[in-house]
Design a protein around this ligand. Structure first.
Ligand code: ADP
Ligand code: MG
Length: 253
């Protein structure tokens, strides 16, 4: 199935982004293949999260172009881009820690096209059903009525993932989804990400520090260093690339 899918759903062309004197992204070009899983690696502070922020419209870029489904989106606002079906999750989870899991799921549908109908409008039953089935999908159904702040950090990340799925994204950008999660849950999360990609048809782009995870997930990986694109290729190609080893693998990761 995947071999039939060749088009790029996201194209980043020559993007520059600075914060004062800090050049966080310097002439970055990359693409995300529709229906696939793309990886982004690189040392801390090399500009990975900034690139995600630029793509989803969290801040304006200095120059360059970002195309989503053949449409220029670099001048759009974050809500407009979300409504097109391009969403992200955060390095630090953003859940409502005093609310239970189901309510977190229900409140996360704000970006849906039909959100103007209101949360408690006629669709509520359908939305609740969807919330429960996605909690089941990520393995949190039995915890559905627990206060989300009482979940383990890994479970909170699974909840945040399920919350993003509530919005039926075409593309989900995941910023270090396994950071701070224990190894048992990491395997579960990898499995869920593969299933979201294959069964729900969601294109994924994953920033990932854990090399084992990114090798397992992504078919194509970009490596950033010092704000620039250093190399890209298949996992096995990057693993053998001396520039990547020097910049990243050799750095104790
Ligand atoms: P990574 O995600 O690869 O660790 P970031 O994209 O978060 O890297 O950061 C890249 C650089 O940009 C860092 O030097 C960081 O301090 C800086 N930076 C990121 N976001 C901001 C911001 N909102 N304001 C100022 N500097 C920022
Ligand atoms: Mg980051």
């Amino acid at each position: 199935m995947k071999s039939l899918l060749h088009s790029n759903i996201i194209e980043v062309h020559n993007v520059f982004k600075s914060f004062g004197g800090v050049h966080a992204n310097i002439d970055i070009s990359m693409h995300v293949k529709k229906g696939g899983i793309t990886g982004i690696i690189g040392p801390n502070g090399c500009g990975k999260s900034t690139l995600f922020n630029s793509i989803v419209g969290a801040h304006p870029i200095d120059s360059g172009s970002i195309i989503f489904e053949e449409r220029e989106i670099s001048k759009l606002l974050v809500g407009q881009i979300a409504r097109l079906g391009l969403l992200r999750t955060f390095q630090q989870t953003r859940i409502y820690s005093k609310m239970n899991c189901v309510d977190n799921m229900l409140i996360s549908v704000s970006h849906r096209k039909d959100a103007r109908d209101g949360l408690f409008a006629p669709r509520k039953g359908e939305t609740l059903e969807r919330a429960l089935s996605l909690l089941e999908f990520v393995g949190l159904y039995s915890k559905r009525n627990l206060i989300s702040g009482d979940l383990s950090f890994g479970q909170q990340k699974l909840l945040e993932f399920a919350m993003a799925l509530m919005n039926e994204p075409k593309v989900l950008l995941l910023d270090e989804p396994t950071a701070g999660i224990n190894p048992t849950l990491i395997n579960g999360l990898i499995d869920r990400l593969h299933r979201a990609n294959e069964e729900l048809g969601i294109t994924l782009c994953v920033i990932e520090h854990n090399m084992r995870v990114v090798m397992n997930l992504a078919e194509h990986i970009y490596c950033l260093a010092n704000g620039r694109l250093l190399a890209d290729g298949k996992p096995t190609e990057l693993q053998a690339d001396q520039r990547v080893i020097d910049a990243y693998l050799g750095g104790g990761h």
